[in-house]
Design a protein around this ligand. Structure first.
Ligand SMILES: N[C@@H](CCC(=O)N[C@@H](CS)C(=O)NCC(=O)O)C(=O)O
Length: 280
């Protein structure tokens, strides 16, 4: 792969909150499918100024010269349709494709929401940790904006994502059930969830499980495990040791190309976000 240091005006823009696992799903998809793009990363709630322009609210959003996609699944489908044949994330065979779509939707709705709730419950009150997670490095004025908006955002996150001790406990139970189910689906010797190739089902599982696995290859710099409170690390460790956890980490090791090569492109001191470029 050849990564250059300049973008083309026609490259799609991927609007993200860098740490978001739904954004990681889209970013990984684009990296895997070898689609050049520029990532524009914002601390919440500033992403909304951008996503609103394209008829969306949440991130990721992918903006091309002709279209805007405001959901991670739509982004993967769009990218897949223009990607080289040997990288495709959705099989051509209708039955396999249907199975991949079902699993992706299930992970989106059940796993992604639970892992987000559980992790936020652990870290949302830790101001410094949240600054590290929400604020891209060298974001200039973003630091001041974070200080001003953090109390509001903390309340908002608690309310919108039901981040309560009970919500976190329920989420962890659900994560364990999903991990058990995925472990059962992976018969011995079977490397992937559907057929014998890496698909959007595998990618979605691993990206949305990342908040409870902390894979080193994640496409945004996560704090090292030893910086996290002990109770969190022991849960992460126990999930890593399950067969679904090991499978998620293996997918990251074997298939998460691109995350190391992405480089800073623009670091204007007044920028609230950052731009990253990935050229293939
Ligand atoms: N179904 C959406 C979910 C995306 C999502 O929940 N994004 C969260 C970040 S993890 C977000 O943007 N939250 C802030 C907001 O809604 O304004 C997708 O797959 O793209």
């Amino acid at each position: 792969m050849n990564f250059k240091t300049a973008s083309h005006a026609s490259d799609p823009r991927l609007i993200t909150i860098g740490v978001s696992h739904y954004c990681e799903k889209a970013r990984w998809g684009l990296d895997w499918l070898q689609i050049p793009y520029v990532e524009e990363s914002y601390a919440p709630p500033f992403h909304r100024f951008i996503t609103a322009r394209y008829g969306g609210s949440s991130v990721p959003a992918l903006v091309t010269t002709t279209d805007a996609f405001t959901d991670s699944t739509d982004i993967l489908h769009f990218a897949d349709a223009i990607a080289p044949n040997n990288r495709r994330l959705y099989p051509h065979e209708p039955q396999l494709r249907c199975h991949v779509n079902d699993l992706e939707a299930w992970f989106d709705i059940q796993l992604g929401i639970s892992t987000r709730c559980w992790l936020y419950a652990q870290v949302i009150d830790h101001r410094q940790m949240m600054k590290q997670l929400w604020l891209p490095p060298n974001s200039g004025l973003g630091k001041l904006a974070f200080e001003l908006t953090y109390p509001y955002m903390r309340q908002k996150v608690r309310k919108v994502y039901t981040v309560t001790p009970e919500g976190a406990a329920r989420s962890l139970q659900k994560i364990r059930r999903i991990f058990d189910q995925v472990g059962d689906w992976l018969a011995p010797g079977q490397d992937y969830l559907v057929g014998d190739r890496f698909t959007a089902a595998d990618l979605t599982f691993a990206a949305l499980a990342a908040p409870v696995l902390f894979p080193p290859e994640y496409g945004f710099k996560l704090p090292p495990l030893d910086q996290l409170p002990k109770e969190i690390t022991s849960i992460i460790q126990s999930l890593r040791e399950t067969s679904a956890g090991a499978y998620g980490l293996r997918l990251y090791q074997d298939h998460r190309c691109g995350s190391k090569e992405r480089i800073h492109l623009s670091q204007h001191p007044l920028s609230l976000g950052r731009q990253l470029i990935n050229r293939v």
